[in-house]
Write a protein that binds this ligand. Structure first.
Ligand SMILES: [Zn+2]
Ligand SMILES: [Zn+2]
Length: 234
């Protein structure tokens, strides 16, 4: 207990949205952010969950190309949670995963019932990058989600074989080229029929598609995804 208090003084818990130090009666996010919390609103693309105009069923991207996954959804808009995700990934705010995971578990409960996943597959990081960062952010979110849903997290099914350039530096079709053979099957003795791929962000879907493709090759029939945020990207 004493060490907990000491740790709290040195590394106080911070709001997962605005990063202010939390009060003793606050958990995960501060009172102000709790009141103003903004989830991704309908209407969204029937395939990928990206915001669309009222009269549209699918986003531009999903009308233009086929995806390897069946369907997916996100909890927040990228705009809303952008800075939080940045601190989560690059400033060691691992504890934010608790907030993301719980929000995902609550908001996506209906999807869990419909999809009936056998496992959660976090998008893997290349081992070199994971070593540098100290953690895989997608894995942390998947583990939190797993605590609520009781669905296991499998991290050895898909591995990242190539240390790709950060996607934010690349545009358009180069994204797919950058990801060619970036992922491969790690274990093929896993018998699964339905999985959910977990990541922090969905933009064009290139990453989720590349992971889905490997999963399809592994014989998995139903592939879905859930992300903390979704961007507008083309
Ligand atoms: Zn806050
Ligand atoms: Zn879409």
């Amino acid at each position: 207990m004493k060490t907990d208090i000491l740790l709290d003084l040195i590394f106080p818990s911070r709001c997962a949205v605005c990063d202010t130090v939390l009060g003793w009666d606050e958990q995960e996010i501060c009172g102000e952010c709790k009141q103003k919390i903004k989830y991704l609103e309908q209407p969204t693309c029937f395939k990928c969950g990206k915001p669309v105009k009222a009269e549209e069923e699918y986003c531009y991207d999903c009308r233009e190309k086929e995806h390897f996954f069946l369907q997916g959804a996100a909890v927040f808009s990228y705009e809303y949670i952008r800075l939080s995700l940045y601190r989560f990934k690059y400033f060691g705010r691992q504890e934010y995963a608790k907030f993301y995971g719980r929000q995902m578990a609550c908001r996506m409960e209906k999807k869990r019932k419909i999809w009936k996943p056998d496992a959660l597959i976090p998008v893997p990081l290349h081992k070199k990058k994971k070593r540098q960062r100290g953690y895989n952010q997608a894995e942390l979110v998947a583990k939190e989600l797993s605590r609520y849903w009781g669905v296991p997290v499998i991290t050895n099914l898909v591995v990242r074989s190539k240390n790709t350039r950060p996607m934010k530096e690349i545009v358009g079709t180069d994204r797919q080229n950058n990801l060619k053979k970036a992922f491969k099957l790690g274990a093929n003795d896993v018998k699964l029929s339905t999985i959910i791929i977990i990541d922090d962000i969905y933009t064009t879907g290139s990453t989720i598609d590349a992971v889905s493709k490997v999963c399809l090759e592994a014989g998995i029939k139903q592939i879905y995804f859930l992300t903390v945020s979704i961007g507008y990207g083309l």
